[in-house]
Design a protein around this ligand. Structure first.
Ligand code: GLA
Length: 718
């Protein structure tokens, strides 16, 4: 619910459990008052003007502007034609609208009336600048979104050199900053540190978020745990260069995020406007777990679109050819893998990298999206038909943003690659990046993609992106507009993915970027699942999936059961541990099943059936992180919102005979079914209250990395 006082000078955004308040002060400036537990108190209590000489530096500003006395690190940087970098933004008007706003050309959470509402506040600067602040409220999920539309209302061009998606001034200083960081194969490891005076930030200048930092982070009170304490979480709905910063000053903490200002300069002609990407905010006073669950529900119900938004809809168990074949295969090898996969309960066969003209390693052919007939004599359509004849659906890998210097596409259109005139172009993984800011370049790739997707019934597409951007310069833009290329590139990716899902509404799209380098709310607007990491090792996945789950729900995490020793880490783990990790995501296989015996395939078939039986619960259930990963093990559960059923997963050293209290357990009895292997199960009955108070007894297991999976169902007569 949005309260906008008749005076138009006080605003409150209410969600089920939180409230966000703002007010306009005597000078006409919009101040932030409060973001915390729900309160219906509507009294306007403006912060005291402690020191009239330096007040802008102390006041909580809802949209901090530079140049006029707020000396905290500026994020918003409008440069007027006369060189002025300053803005004095005063309240002009406000409007409440039913339904949540959308953003043209940009991904955004969506909610129709009455689930969503919009507050639009317009601030103006007399020199010719208007900032329209957009607030979306999705009350049930405790989600508040923010974006802004900056308009040049003057008569000369204006350059935006920095623009945040949101800024939030909190009155306290003693907060922890938690970010998700890592590298290839170790994405989204949480790092939590107390804030110290000054600016602490994470971000990306790689053109994509990259492996190093995720565009989501949170502030929390030092006492915050999984189940208690206050958290302010923020996820950017954006897939390009970003910055998230937290600044501790004598006024408190300013938390802000948006497009990274480096190499960003957007020119607005008179009358033109710029729309920022969206930031999604959640406040929770029930710890990290409470915050995550709000993001999970919001992402599942108000970000993901298309038919796979329905979490009860069966998602295919897939086999991906990458770890089974890499680049070395022919049609016979693929068909043998498909036959073995069929016997293992797989529904969909995905042909990964290596299928197109001359692609035998990672040095060539990106951009030439037609079959290598040396490997696939009948083409992609011929292979697809044969896979379909085995009773499997077919999916394929592409990397549409990439171009190999050794490709027909590059020989025909070398100017399509991002490159700086007069300088050598840097290959990374032997490839360049196509200039997706250009309509003609995207159109060329679109023609190839549609030819491929129209050639046969392709049910799944893995859209990969295997390098960061460098040599960022567009031949299609004048010198003064080169600061727009990074953002226009991201808009180009969004444009092509939107066209794809419009034309192929039944296609299951999975985004990927060298593993999980582009795992963000922006991409989830287009694809319901994203490949989480190239590291499929069970122990590594405990941390990667735990970190990812701080913001993103299990249903979005591409997770596959793979072989041991693991292809990245060399670790060996028990099948149950690998199953626990894979079953807590989208579930599939990524290993050479032809090396498996009939008995082993029959066992995998039981696990595939387990996923199909409980997939709706895994995708739509509520995640409880019971023991965070400590390098040795971890435990978590996914429960139905009404506690009628749940699956408990435990991996590694937690399997030491301890009991695991289950906070979701309800009164009555639960039938517990413990999966020893795919086929072998043991059963017992557990009392709900005892489960909650004393816990589920875990076995004491002593193998390399043991795993334990227990399905609980509340008895109908309890
Ligand atoms: C990336 C992906 C992998 C695989 C390879 C193919 O690394 O993350 O899953 O598709 O590319 O080159």
């Amino acid at each position: 619910m949005i309260v906008c006082e008749p005076s138009g000078h006080f605003f409150a955004l209410h969600t089920a459990h939180t409230t966000y308040q703002m007010a306009v002060d005597e000078q006409g400036h919009l101040l932030h008052l409060y973001y915390g537990p729900r309160t219906d108190a509507s009294a306007v209590v403006l912060p005291p003007h402690k020191d009239p000489g330096c007040w802008p530096n102390l006041l909580p500003q809802e949209w901090p502007a530079p140049g006029l006395g707020d000396h905290r690190a500026p994020f918003f940087e409008p440069e007027f034609a006369d060189g002025t970098i300053a803005a004095d933004l005063c309240f002009e008007s406000a409007e409440v609208r039913p339904g949540k706003y959308s953003l043209p050309g940009l991904p955004a959470f969506w909610a129709q009336d009455p689930q969503g509402e919009t507050l639009s506040i317009t601030l103006t600067d007399a020199a010719g600048l208007t900032v329209q602040l957009l607030y979306g409220v999705i009350a049930d999920c405790d989600l508040i979104t923010r974006a802004a539309v900056i308009q040049n209302t003057g008569s000369a061009p204006l350059t935006l050199r920095g623009v945040p998606s949101f800024s939030l001034d909190l009155p306290r200083k003693d907060l922890d900053f938690l970010t998700l960081d890592g590298d290839w194969a170790y994405e989204r490891t949480p790092h939590r540190t107390p804030l110290r005076p000054g600016v602490q930030s994470v971000g990306s200048v790689c053109g994509i978020p990259n492996h190093f930092h995720n565009p989501a982070a949170l502030l929390c009170t030092p006492d915050a745990t999984e189940t208690s304490g206050e958290c302010w979480g923020m996820a950017l709905v954006y897939s390009g260069n970003f910055r998230i910063q937290a600044e501790q000053s004598n006024a408190g903490v300013r938390f802000a995020a948006g497009i990274e200002p480096y190499h960003f300069a957007w020119i607005l002609a008179p009358g033109e406007s710029f729309t920022t990407p969206e930031a999604a905010l959640v406040y929770s006073n029930s710890g990290l777990g409470g915050m995550s669950r709000c993001f999970h529900t919001a992402i599942r119900e108000h970000l993901i679109r298309g038919k796979y938004r329905d979490m009860s809809l069966k998602r295919p168990v897939l086999i991906n050819s990458w770890e089974a074949c890499y680049f070395t295969f022919d049609e016979e090898k693929l068909l043998a893998l498909a036959r073995a996969a069929k016997q293992s309960g797989v529904d969909l066969f995905v042909l990964d990298d290596g299928w197109f003209k001359g692609r035998n390693d990672d040095t060539t052919s990106l951009g030439d999206w037609a079959a290598d007939t040396a490997k696939l004599p009948g083409g992609v359509d011929g292979l697809c038909r044969k896979i379909n004849d085995l009773g499997l659906d077919f999916g394929i890998w592409v990397e549409p943003e990439a171009i190999s210097p050794d490709s027909e596409l590059f020989r025909a259109h070398s100017d399509w690659a991002l490159q700086i005139p007069g300088r050598a172009t840097l290959p990374i993984r032997h490839q360049y990046t196509l200039d997706f800011s250009r309509d003609d370049v995207r159109e060329g790739i679109w023609q190839q993609l549609t030819a491929l997707l129209d050639s046969c019934p392709i049910r799944y597409l893995k859209w990969d992106m295997n390098r960061s951007l460098a040599n960022v310069y567009s031949a299609a833009l004048p010198a003064a507009r080169q600061g727009e290329v990074y953002h226009r590139y991201v808009l180009g990716v969004y444009d092509l993915q939107q066209r794809l899902i419009d034309r192929y509404p039944d296609l299951l799209l999975e985004n990927c970027a060298g593993g999980g380098a582009r795992f963000d709310c922006g991409m989830l607007y287009y694809s319901p699942q994203i490949w989480t990491s190239d590291n499929t090792d069970a122990l590594s996945r405990l941390t990667i999936q735990y970190g990812t789950s701080l913001f993103y729900p299990p249903c979005t995490m591409g997770a596959h059961y793979s072989a041991v020793p693991n292809h990245v880490t060399g670790h060996v783990s028990d099948p149950q541990a690998r199953m626990a990790a894979a079953l807590s995501g989208t579930f599939g296989y990524e290993l050479d099943l032809t090396a498996y015996s009939q008995d082993q395939r029959a066992e995998l078939r039981e696990w595939s059936a387990f996923y199909q039986e409980h997939g709706a619960l895994i995708r739509s259930g509520t995640l409880y992180r019971l023991c965070p990963p400590d390098g040795f093990g971890s435990a978590w559960a996914i429960a139905a919102p009404d506690s009628s059923q749940a699956i408990v997963f435990a991996v590694g050293a937690v399997l030491d005979g301890r009991s695991l209290p289950l906070p979701f357990a309800a009164q009555g009895c639960y039938e517990a079914e413990i999966r020893q292997t795919g086929a072998e199960t043991s059963r017992c009955v557990q009392d709900g209250e005892a489960l909650r108070a004393h816990g589920l007894p875990l076995p004491n297991l002593h193998s390399t990395l043991p795993g334990y999976i227990c399905y609980l169902k509340r008895s109908s007569h309890s």
